[in-house]
Design a protein around this ligand. Structure first.
Ligand SMILES: Nc1nc2c(ncn2[C@@H]2O[C@H](COP(=O)(O)OP(=O)(O)OP(=O)(O)O)[C@@H](O)[C@H]2O)c(=O)[nH]1
Ligand SMILES: [Mg+2]
Length: 203
């Protein structure tokens, strides 16, 4: 059995979950780490670190997942945790257009506080098809313009949740290994990040 302290794993990376209030950041984490879902989740106020072991490229990696607060009054503390993060999930709620419109804010937060992070854009709550306000094509277009990978998820129905985190894990590991090989940790965005957005729920 694998140990719980993750000390045996040499590929350990911090990942920050960002996005506006109620988009489902905590729910995505709960689904990934505990395979649970609840319709009543308290809003996140402080930050907490949840480790998750994943297998990518035939390697064990551990993502230390930092769940941040989307509510505006609790946001100032987030910048501290975003600092130097190698990876982030930026999430919005496909049933609330304003959370999609907020993405510019979250991207700025991420890219001004961290040095060339890997990032996945997540459109969550796709189970609520009737209430959908953000078309998949519009989200894909936004992702393409910002050179992001886009994944649509449902924390409720467990659609593409682990795939989103695994894809991010791959991107971080790939960049880390290339940087180590070249001995250059300050390289700008790698070509692997700008892969075209594919069709299907788990782009
Ligand atoms: N139908 C549906 N509801 C979801 C989904 N994900 C989250 N929710 C619900 O959306 C609400 C907000 O979810 P949270 O996980 O607390 O959102 P959050 O982004 O962590 O919010 P803050 O901590 O305030 O920033 C809760 O009622 C969840 O049950 C989903 O995939 N589908
Ligand atoms: Mg939360």
């Amino acid at each position: 059995m694998m140990s719980d302290n993750y000390d045996d794993c040499k590929h350990r990376f911090k990942v920050v979950l960002m996005g506006s209030h109620g988009v489902g950041k905590t729910s995505l984490l709960r689904r990934l780490c505990r395979d649970t879902f609840s319709l009543t989740v308290p809003e996140t106020r402080g930050l907490s670190d949840q480790p998750k072991r994943l297998r990518v490229f035939d390697k064990d990696i551990v993502l230390h997942l930092w769940d941040t607060a989307g509510t505006e009054k609790y946001r100032p503390i987030n910048a501290l945790y975003i600092r130097r993060t190698p990876g982030a999930i930026i999430a919005f709620d496909v049933t609330r257009k304003e959370t999609f419109n907020d993405l510019g804010y979250w991207l700025k937060e991420l890219f001004t506080n961290s040095d060339d992070p890997q990032c996945i854009l997540v459109g969550n709550k796709i189970d609520l098809t009737e209430q959908r306000e953000v078309r998949k094509e519009d989200a894909e277009e936004f992702a393409r313009k910002n050179k992001l990978i886009y994944v649509e998820t449902s924390a409720k129905d467990n659609v593409c949740v682990s795939q989103a985190f695994e894809r991010l894990g791959e991107m971080i590991l790939e960049k880390n290994m290339k940087s180590t090989l070249s001995g250059d940790n300050s390289r700008r965005r790698l070509s692997s990040v700008a892969k075209p957005v594919k069709k299907g729920c788990c782009n």
